[in-house]
Each structure stands twice: as structure tokens, then as C-alpha cells.
Ligand binder design. Structure first.
Ligand SMILES: NC(=O)c1ccc[n+]([C@@H]2O[C@H](COP(=O)([O-])OP(=O)(O)OC[C@H]3O[C@@H](n4cnc5c(N)ncnc54)[C@H](OP(=O)(O)O)[C@@H]3O)[C@@H](O)[C@H]2O)c1
Length: 249
């Protein structure tokens, strides 16, 4: 198959590109660093000609794009419009388990993305996933005040991005399924401890004070509303195993 990976240079998108190539699929990467801006839409229809499936792993850069709704609405509009014109048979997007519990900010963006896909003209699959193990690194980088790294409190059941990636490529091979069964990692973890463990693994020696992130998303994360339900599919690699496999751990 010919598979386009939107955001194929990102943390999880790179794994999708690798997983698709490992299954002998031809891959087209759509990202600004490969010359395609999904918000302007220029050149996207041409890039999607001959593509069987689009896997959207794009994500706003938080500092450049404060409004997640406009980012996900814009990117999804671009991909669905250009994909429909180019004859793409399957649009796949990854969303987040439990986001209905906190429909604001970033999660409002993900819910907008889901709605546009479900209402769109391209047959689709939406795969909700829990946070990735890599989320610990993203939180370490983003949760800082005056240069001090913080450890946000939360209950998560993280999955390895490479396992999600393999799963998404299988979804592409299987064809459109609508809302797929949720995907989660093998066991619940404390987000604060994940961020601290990641910090130690990369040689950060300062203490990381725990914080309770304000707002609905922070509350949902602490309450367990973002944990998977009993019928979710579970990955196998634990956060500890992922950490031990880091190149410089
Ligand atoms: N992180 C998690 O724990 C988690 C959990 C569940 C679901 N998800 C979902 O997984 C997806 C990927 O997340 P991630 O954290 O792996 O993303 P990420 O590392 O932030 O990567 C974002 C990607 O989007 C591209 N991008 C950003 N703006 C663009 C634009 N205007 N045009 C074209 N490409 C653009 C970036 O490439 P350029 O900068 O080169 O453009 C990059 O390849 C998101 O939809 C997210 O909601 C994430």
C-alpha cells in the first residue's frame, strides 16, 4: 500500500513511518520539515495522489499554536478535502482515551478532529489511545516554571508509541472501521513518577516538585477519567521496560 503519514517526523509519527516501511508499504511523510504545511494546505492534494490511506499523527507545537481547536480543525479539513479529491480510501487518526470527560483546550481540539472525520466524505478509523511512554519526556520538557522541571500528578496507563504505530499500520491494512476499540498500555502508572524516572534516566539530578495542573484536563487526569475501560486492547511493553531501553538510560 501507499500510506501518507501526516506528522511523520513527530514522536509517534516516526514510529508509524518505521512500522509502515517494515511492512513494505510505500510511505509519504507530510510535515513542514518535508515541505508540506497542513494548515496552508498547499501541495497536499498532489502529495496524496495514489495514496491508499492517510494516518494523521500531526500535533500542534504548543508554543506556536495556542488554539488546539483551530489546529486540528484546519489540518483535518485539509487532509479530508485533499484526500477526497485525490481518491484516498481511508483516513486514520489517533485520538485520546477519555477526552469526553474534559472537553476543553487541547481535548476540545481532539474532539473537533474526531467529529470532522466522522462527518467527512473519506471512510475512516479513529483509534483512541492512552498517553505514550514518550509523554513523560514531553511533560519533562513542557512542565517547567522558572527553569525548574515539575512532575504533574495524574493516573495514566501509558503505551509504547511503537506498539501504537504497529497497530495503526494494521488498521490501515484492514480498512475503515469507524471508532475502533481503545488501545492502552499494560498497567497504570503515576504520571509524576514517570516524569521523575525519565528525568533521572537522562541524568537530571534536581528534585521535581509535584504539581496539580489546574483546569478540567488536569482534574480528569488525576481522577482516573483518562484510564482505559475493561474492553480496551492492551500493549505489552511497560513504562519501566521502555525506560530501560532508552539509548542513554
Ligand atoms: N503524546 C501522547 O501521549 C499522545 C497520546 C494519545 C494520542 N496522541 C496523539 O498523537 C498524535 C501525535 O502526537 P505526538 O506527540 O507524537 O506529536 P509531535 O511529536 O508533537 O509531532 C507533531 C508532528 O506534527 C507535524 N506538524 C505540526 N504542525 C504541522 C503543520 N502545520 N503542517 C504539517 N505538519 C505539522 C510536526 O512536524 P513539523 O514540525 O516538521 O511540521 C510533527 O511531525 C496527536 O494527534 C496526539 O493528539 C498523543
Amino acid at each position: 500500500m501507499r500510506i501518507a503519514v501526516a506528522g511523520g517526523t513527530g514522536i509517534s509519527g516516526q514510529h508509524v513511518v518505521a512500522a509502515a516501511r517494515a511492512r513494505d508499504h510505500e510511505v509519504v511523510v507530510l510535515a513542514r520539515s518535508t515541505g508540506i504545511d497542513l494548515l496552508s494546505g498547499a501541495g497536499v492534494e498532489r502529495a496524496l495522489r495514489g495514496v491508499d490511506a492517510v494516518i494523521d499523527m500531526s500535533n500542534p507545537s504548543s508554543t506556536e499554536t495556542p488554539d488546539a481547536v483551530s489546529f486540528f480543525a484546519g489540518v483535518t479539513h485539509t487532509l479530508l478535502t485533499a484526500g477526497h479529491r485525490a481518491g484516498v480510501a481511508h483516513h486514520i487518526a489517533v485520538s485520546i482515551v477519555g477526552i469526553d470527560a474534559a472537553p476543553e483546550g487541547y481535548y476540545a481540539g481532539k474532539l473537533t478532529q474526531e467529529r470532522l472525520i466522522a462527518e467527512g466524505a473519506v471512510p475512516w478509523t479513529i483509534q483512541r489511545s492512552t498517553q505514550f511512554h514518550e509523554f513523560a519526556a514531553q511533560m519533562f520538557a513542557r512542565a517547567t516554571v522558572a527553569g525548574i522541571h515539575l512532575a504533574p500528578r495524574g493516573r495514566v496507563q501509558p503505551i509504547a508509541a511503537h506498539e501504537l504505530a504497529t497497530h495503526l499500520v494494521r488498521r490501515a491494512e484492514e480498512g475503515p472501521q469507524g471508532r475502533a476499540r481503545d488501545l492502552a498500555g499494560p498497567r497504570e502508572e503515576s504520571l509524576a513518577e514517570m516524569v521523575r524516572s525519565y528525568a533521572r534516566a537522562i541524568g537530571h539530578r534536581m528534585p521535581l516538585p509535584a504539581i496539580s495542573v489546574p483546569g478540567a484536563i488536569g482534574r480528569a487526569q488525576r481522577s482516573g477519567a483518562l484510564l482505559p475501560s475493561g474492553d480496551s486492547l492492551l500493549g505489552t511493553q511497560t513504562f519501566t521496560e521502555w525506560l530501560q531501553a532508552l539509548p542513554d538510560a
